[in-house]
Design a binder for this molecule. Structure first.
Ligand SMILES: Cc1cc2nc3c(=O)[nH]c(=O)nc-3n(C[C@H](O)[C@H](O)[C@H](O)COP(=O)(O)OP(=O)(O)OC[C@H]3O[C@@H](n4cnc5c(N)ncnc54)[C@H](O)[C@@H]3O)c2cc1C
Length: 254
């Protein structure tokens, strides 16, 4: 898919966790943005001294690539204190525009995969590629009976991005298991997120109970580089060959 440059116009913004914003854009040149779920865009701006800056964001839009290009361009941005892009997004008015380019990346479900199960692992905003993949996963579960386990790491229930959506998707699809891993605080018993599959601890601890299997598993790791490295080591120890572990690390472009 060709990489293109385009202006994005902000159409909506809502907080989905105390420091994470879900931002919806449309291309301001009237074109749709075609991309494969799992890919990311870059935004281009300038520091106060005029130097060029860019930052990467995974596309979060629930997107069925097979139906044609998407309309909305949605990203989830974790606000970090002192962050240049953070300040830009926080201050951007609805209707404001920013230069962007994309789509980039190969963190996608591969058409030739013949695995029995996908292990999808993400922390923080690293969960967004899997949200974009939901329609494709639905189709793969139906067409070739692939199973999917989504392991999502967060500290507290209110930081579990799109948690209610993933819970509802798992409830509606027998082949999809959703395991939220919470390191600091579990959901209250009457919370919609309360479920027997909620775990206390880190995603790498919950991996063992999934019994990673070299013969049938392909794993995806996305988000915080330390989590990606820890899970990569755990999967290698469990015997998964390196080509069966696909990684996207959210490193800073600074
Ligand atoms: C392929 C790829 C995809 C990405 N996708 C996303 C995404 O979907 N959503 C998203 O929010 N980010 C994503 N990132 C990270 C993103 O590109 C920026 O690095 C991040 O938004 C911080 O940018 P900033 O300009 O606000 O902060 P900067 O100006 O880069 O950093 C300001 C300060 O904050 C610190 N800092 C930077 N990032 C973090 C962090 N995550 N936690 C704590 N402190 C930090 C820096 O060390 C620095 O001290 C992705 C990165 C890559 C490489």
């Amino acid at each position: 898919m060709a990489i293109v440059h385009f202006p994005l116009k902000l159409t909506a913004r809502r907080m989905i966790a105390p420091t994470v914003a879900h931002l919806s854009f449309v291309r301001d040149d009237g074109q749709p943005l075609d991309y494969i779920p799992g890919q990311f865009i870059q935004v281009h701006f300038a520091y106060a001294d005029g130097a060029a800056a860019r930052r990467s964001y995974s596309l979060a839009t629930i997107h069925d690539h097979a139906l044609g290009p998407g309309e909305a361009v949605e990203i989830a941005v974790s606000y970090v204190s002192g962050g240049a892009a953070t300040a830009l997004f926080e201050g951007m008015p609805i209707g404001g525009t920013i230069d962007a380019s994309g789509p980039y990346g190969r963190f996608c479900l591969m058409p030739a995969d013949a695995n029995r199960r996908y292990l999808l692992i993400g922390t923080g905003t690293g969960i967004t590629p899997y949200r974009a993949m939901l329609p494709l996963l639905e189709r793969l579960m139906r067409e070739r009976r692939v199973e999917v386990v989504l392991l999502q790491g967060a500290r507290t229930p209110d930081e579990l991005l799109y948690g209610a959506e993933f819970r509802a998707f798992a409830d509606a699809h027998a082949g999809f298991r959703y395991i939220p891993c919470l390191s600091r605080e579990l959901p209250a018993a009457d919370s919609p997120l309360a479920h027997p599959d909620v775990r206390h601890g880190y995603v790498q601890n919950a991996l063992a109970e999934c019994a990673p299997d070299a013969a049938g598993d392909i794993a995806y790791l996305c988000g915080n580089p330390n989590m990606v490295d820890a899970c990569f080591e755990a999967l290698k120890e469990a015997g998964l060959p390196i080509p069966q572990v696909r990684r996207e690390k959210y490193v800073s472009n600074k």
